[in-house]
Ligand binder design. Structure first.
Ligand code: 5GP
Length: 118
């Protein structure tokens, strides 16, 4: 059981202590371009609340998680990849490839994705 961190890399981006290329922001959700993009379009959709992993989600987060998908869908449309296709992914813990323990939805597009992922 991990302790809930109040400050994460992404809260520092949220609080403008670290610069990022924002593409969306509202009261609960922000989205900015990944600093090390794995595709021509690679945006992270992030709740402002620093929920560490999917394992830490509570029923009260259900609407927030749903809105994160709607934000990702809208960005995919705006960035012109909605029709050709894109990938949404949320890595969880070490074996899932998670590096930043503040949940985030990867939106990747602009190239052909392979399956299964590495
Ligand atoms: P994870 O491996 O936790 O699913 O994904 C973390 C993502 O955050 C990685 O794709 C990584 O490139 C991105 N990232 C790490 N540090 C920064 C940063 O300082 N700024 C931005 N914009 N993205 C970051």
């Amino acid at each position: 059981m991990s302790e809930i961190e109040t400050e994460t890399l992404f809260t520092r981006i949220r609080d403008r202590e670290i610069p990022a290329d924002f593409v969306y922001e509202d009261d609960e959700i922000m989205a900015f371009r990944d600093v090390n993009p794995q595709a021509p379009l690679h945006v992270l959709v992030v709740p402002k609340e620093p929920i560490p992993t999917v394992n830490d989600l509570e029923p009260r987060h259900a609407e927030l998680i749903g809105r994160m998908f709607l934000v990702a869908r809208d960005i995919a449309r705006e960035e012109g990849v909605a029709d050709e296709g894109y990938r949404l992914a949320m890595n969880t813990n070490a074996a899932g490839g998670q590096a930043v323990y503040h949940i985030h939805l990867h939106l990747m597009g602009g190239r052909q994705m392979s399956w299964p992922p590495g």
